[in-house]
Design a protein around this ligand. Structure first.
Ligand code: SF4
Length: 189
């Protein structure tokens, strides 16, 4: 199946196996900090929508993750609108599409932001540590860092994909949701 539906209970497992590093990072941060600034909520929220998380599950996800810091009342008042908006249920009712790599790479995260592309926006030290946590071998890490030094961020992501899946990705990575679909295709075959 192509983009199916993903239920809330499956998202935690799937995040570990099939999210690209940009989304893994946001997902880990919201679970750690129980908050994400606007840029991160947009980048991760639209990705999750593309993955197949339904609106009700998306609302439940953000509400639960924010709960230690944000009361249910405040959540409904300050955050729920934007989530419904992303799903085209508010405002102009546009059905917003998830961000491409190009858009994410050219974003400019500020202090305290966690959105962006880790290959482009992380320090070398943080990127290396994140790759090791993903299970990328030290040899493959060097290949990835080589692409990063040459500013080939999507190629760096493609090499990471190939390293963690043990399978080639000839088309290359150009969209986080494509990374997800290709990953699921390999893991489910
Ligand atoms: Fe995400 Fe694309 Fe960067 Fe990979 S190359 S981490 S999918 S923005």
């Amino acid at each position: 199946n192509e983009v199916g539906e993903i239920s809330l209970k499956d998202i935690y497992q799937i995040a570990k196996t099939s999210f690209p590093l940009c989304m893994r990072h946001l997902f880990e941060k919201v679970r750690e900090d129980h908050h994400l600034k606007h840029g991160g909520r947009m980048q991760l929220g639209l990705f999750l929508k593309g993955v197949g998380l339904k609106l009700d599950d998306a609302l439940a996800f953000w509400k639960a993750e924010f709960a230690p810091k944000v009361s249910a009342e405040r959540f409904d008042k300050e955050y729920a609108y934007n989530i419904r908006h992303n799903y085209g249920r508010e405002g102009k009712r546009t059905d917003y599409t998830p961000y491409s790599c190009q858009k994410i790479i050219s974003s400019t995260p500020g202090v305290g932001d966690h959105h962006g592309c880790p290959y482009r926006h992380f320090s070398e030290e943080n990127l290396r540590a994140a790759l090791v946590r993903m299970g990328v071998s030290s040899r493959a890490v060097e290949d990835v860092m080589d692409k990063v030094r040459n500013r080939h961020y999507q190629l760096a992501c493609t090499l990471t994909f190939e390293a963690v899946h043990g399978s080639s990705c000839d088309a290359g990575i150009n969209h986080p949701n494509q990374y997800f679909i290709d990953s699921q295709r390999i893991l489910q075959s």
